[in-house]
Design a binder for this molecule. Structure first.
Ligand SMILES: NC(=O)c1ccc[n+]([C@@H]2O[C@H](COP(=O)([O-])OP(=O)(O)OC[C@H]3O[C@@H](n4cnc5c(N)ncnc54)[C@H](O)[C@@H]3O)[C@@H](O)[C@H]2O)c1
Ligand SMILES: [Zn+2]
Length: 378
């Protein structure tokens, strides 16, 4: 087992992150013990409740608190104010108060909505995160961002809420659908690309273990890969808790990724899949503009290309591309901050990048990588 610690500024206590295979029972118990006095509410979804029934109550057996659950429906479309409201209803019905401990047990959707509930119920109660998808383990459970969606915009309503601790157990990845695992790999690899060249090299050498893990034998590799990837996220979050500066590096691959998600109405591709194509394009752009050496581009491409899920986009002209990149048509700002690479492990932000500069490179990318990113003819 590995332990990382997130330190927060201004006297706020930091919190531990435990990473390992089969560690949940023992570690959750240790982290919950100081807070599990009267009531613990486990927020989870229907899928996890079916796969791992009473897993958490078993782990916490013997602690003085009563353990109750709050099960929400499965899916991004339930990441809403309505679901949040149902969580408050359940907490009220259970007699929750400021001493109640909340445990978020699930993927990024559960983590985001349960985190929001913990950040706002009675002005904030203590919370532990037990992430069960790869996306949640390397990304959403760390950093304290929580949110629900507004019908007009994803993640539009939220608060910053840090947990008391995070338990990352590889064992949960064993039941994760292959497509979800694959999509999560891009966020894991992203941390190597933006800030840790050695992590990139480590992953590049053992890519077969990423794609089709043999859980009985690959535990040590995954523990190391997750720990290093999570360490990057922790470092960036620590340097910029509320997202004013360096945290923007985490958006590597996300500019085109968001465009792909919006253009396909969030229905065709998982977030990680869209970001995978976006990462390849951001590297392509970095090379085209003379920032990224050919050799580093070649390595990045060799690692990502076999993992990428090809996307097919509806017809797209420069005007539509521009509006999508700028998100908000009314926005006075006619440029974006593009996250680019100088090398593996070294990002920078190119301020005031205009869609008109990106468009010809995007067209070239689509021509050269038709198997990865196809755009329908108008
Ligand atoms: N807060 C942040 O910083 C942050 C960062 C990245 C993503 N997010 C958010 O996270 C969400 C995406 O998270 P996600 O990719 O984990 O999706 P998800 O939570 O929808 O989980 C994906 C699917 O896997 C199932 N699942 C979860 N754990 C499982 C397991 N162990 N075995 C089998 N099935 C399992 C879920 O029920 C769901 O059907 C998005 O809403 C995104 O906005 C937040
Ligand atoms: Zn992302």
């Amino acid at each position: 087992m590995k332990t990382l610690r997130v330190s927060l500024p201004a006297g706020a206590p930091g919190y531990p992150i435990r990473i390992g295979q089969g560690i949940m029972d023992a570690e959750l118990r240790v982290l919950a013990e100081p807070w599990a006095r009267e009531l613990v509410v486990v927020v989870t979804n229907e899928t996890l409740d079916r796969l791992f029934p009473s897993h958490i109550p078993e782990a916490l057996k013997g602690l003085p608190a009563r353990i109750e659950s709050c099960v929400i429906p499965d899916g991004e479309r339930y990441k809403t104010l309505e679901t949040l409201s149902r969580i408050y209803d359940r907490m009220m019905a259970l007699g929750a108060n400021r001493q109640t401990l909340l445990i978020a047990f699930g993927g990024g959707v559960v983590g985001d909505v349960a985190g929001f509930a913990a950040g706002t119920f009675m002005r904030g109660i203590r919370m532990l995160q037990v992430p069960t998808t790869l996306v949640a383990q390397v990304d959403s459970s760390i950093g304290g961002k929580t949110a629900v969606n507004h019908p007009l915009a994803k993640n539009a309503i939220g608060v910053f809420k840090q947990p008391e601790g995070v338990v990352i157990d590889l064992r949960f990845l064993e039941t994760l659908p292959q497509r979800e695992l694959r999509a999560g790999l891009f966020e894991l690899i992203k941390h190597g690309i933006i800030a840790d060249r050695e992590l990139f090299a480590f992953l590049e050498k053992q890519v077969h273990r990423l794609v089709r893990p043999d859980w009985a034998n690959d535990g040590a590799f995954w523990e190391e890969a997750l720990t290093r990837s999570v360490a990057v996220k922790c470092r960036i979050v620590e340097s910029d808790e509320t997202e004013s500066g360096p945290r923007a590096a985490l958006n590597f691959g996300h500019t085109l990724g968001h465009l792909i998600e919006t253009l396909t109405h969030y229905e065709s591709y998982l977030h990680g899949e869209a970001v995978g194509v976006g990462m390849l394009f951001a590297a392509y752009l970095s090379r085209a503009w003379g920032h990224l050496p050919e050799s580093d581009f070649g390595r990045l491409r060799a690692l990502l290309e076999p993992l990428v899920a090809p996307v097919r986009l509806p017809a797209l002209d420069e005007a539509a591309f521009t509006e999508l990149l700028l998100h908000d048509k009314k926005s006075a700002q006619r440029s974006v901050r593009y996250v680019l690479l100088r090398g593996l492990g070294e990002v920078f932000i190119r301020e005031r990048t205009e869609p008109g500069e990106i468009w010809p490179v995007f067209r070239q990318f689509v021509r050269e990588h038709a198997t990865i990113c196809q755009v329908q003819a108008a």
